[in-house]
Design a binder for this molecule. Structure first.
Ligand SMILES: Nc1ncnc2c1ncn2[C@@H]1O[C@H](C[S@+](CC[C@H]([NH3+])C(=O)[O-])CC(=O)[O-])[C@@H](O)[C@H]1O
Length: 336
């Protein structure tokens, strides 16, 4: 199957990495089919409109100042008023923008989530990302991936099955240009599409994904299989308060979200990771999600956390469950 031109950068990155590490070859062979399936227009009625919006973004001035290591991922460049208006309107077509913030040519994208706050909680606890090959599972629009590249990672791959996030990532890529040395990539697939026992990545992030998985142990084992021996897992998920044996499974919806399954306590999560064979398992952060971290904005005009909490008691969701609380756990796959 031929590769569309747009994916040449991703394909080249895989080729370069596979030259040093044959483990990547089976995945490389599957890329064309995975891209074709992930971006199949039948997956979402708006997919053509998102693609068109990104392709219509105007050619931008070469001179730009790109900050990937700042709370707002930003690209400063001189745009005239008509270019800025055109970009603004096209970027708006990709809304809702959930993960950010970004500033693209002076256009402030104030996203639903202050994803920079999550990064601030995570970053101090990471092994130095310089020279590392990194996988961000369920990486959304790619905001955290740009931060990972900003922290010096050699190769960052976001996998996320959402085609909207894929096109948001490509829109940001248009502004970033090659300022990241093309170290940051996005593949529109889920964790289940990563070849088994890859043993390749130095750091694997899974943030905001575990509670959406009906089989949490399967997810943890998939993350472990993607890691190189000695590699680092960074796991962020919804938790409840309790001991090593506490786990909460909500009904059909949790804070209005469907497909929420297992919410362990952070102690139970550590126990699970140890049972899966991870070492050096530690909770590095745990805190309730605040209404200033997740809220409706001009770029995400739908309901947000405030609408999903009990108006009389913000420590409860509208379903009467404990309000969202998140933990970050770091662990290692045993070395050779
Ligand atoms: N099978 C799957 N495989 C991989 N990703 C999936 C799968 N199913 C859904 N997703 C993706 O997992 C992401 C979960 S959001 C976390 C974003 C970011 N990480 C954050 O920490 O802000 C949740 C949140 O809002 O916290 C979505 O982008 C889904 O498309």
């Amino acid at each position: 199957m031929a590769l569309p031109d747009d994916h040449r950068g991703l394909y080249q990155a895989f080729l370069d990495l596979a030259a040093d590490n044959e483990a990547l070859l089976p995945w490389l062979a599957r890329l064309p089919a995975q891209l074709a399936t992930g971006l199949d227009k039948k997956r979402h009625g708006d997919l053509s409109a998102w693609e068109k919006a990104v392709k219509k973004l105007p050619a931008l001035p070469e001179a730009r100042q790109v900050a990937l290591d700042a709370d707002t991922v930003s690209v400063e460049m001189a745009l005239d008023e008509s270019q800025r208006r055109q970009c603004f309107n096209l970027l708006k077509k990709l809304a809702p923008w959930r993960k950010g913030p970004f500033n693209l040519g002076g256009i402030e994208i104030d996203t639903e989530w202050r994803s920079d706050w999550k990064w601030q909680r995570v970053a101090p606890h990471l092994s130095d990302l310089r020279y590392r090959k990194v996988l961000d599972v369920g990486g959304g629009s790619g905001y955290h991936a740009w931060r990972m590249a900003g922290a010096g990672a050699a190769f960052v791959l976001v996998i996320d099955p959402s085609p909207r996030f894929y096109w948001q990532f490509q829109a940001v890529r248009h502004f970033v240009g090659d300022a990241d040395g093309h170290r940051t990539h996005f593949l529109p697939v889920g964790i289940e599409d990563v070849p088994e026992n890859l043993g390749f990545f130095d750091t694997v992030f899974s943030m905001g994904v575990l509670y959406h998985r009906a089989s949490p142990f399967e997810h943890l084992n998939q993350l472990k299989a993607a890691l190189a021996p000695g590699g680092e897992l960074v796991l962020e998920t919804l938790v409840v308060e309790g001991d090593e044996q506490t786990v909460f499974v909500p009904g059909e919806r949790y804070a209005a979200m469907p497909n929420v399954y297992f919410l362990p306590s952070s102690k139970a999560l550590c126990h699970w990771l140890t049972r899966c064979g991870f070492e050096n398992v530690r909770v590095v952060d745990e805190a309730p999600t605040t209404l200033s971290e997740q809220r409706s904005t001009e770029w995400m005009t739908y309901q947000s956390l405030a609408d999903f909490l009990d108006p009389e008691d913000p420590t409860r969701t509208i379903e009467g469950y404990p309000a969202p609380r998140r933990a970050i756990v770091v662990a290692n796959k045993p070395g050779n």
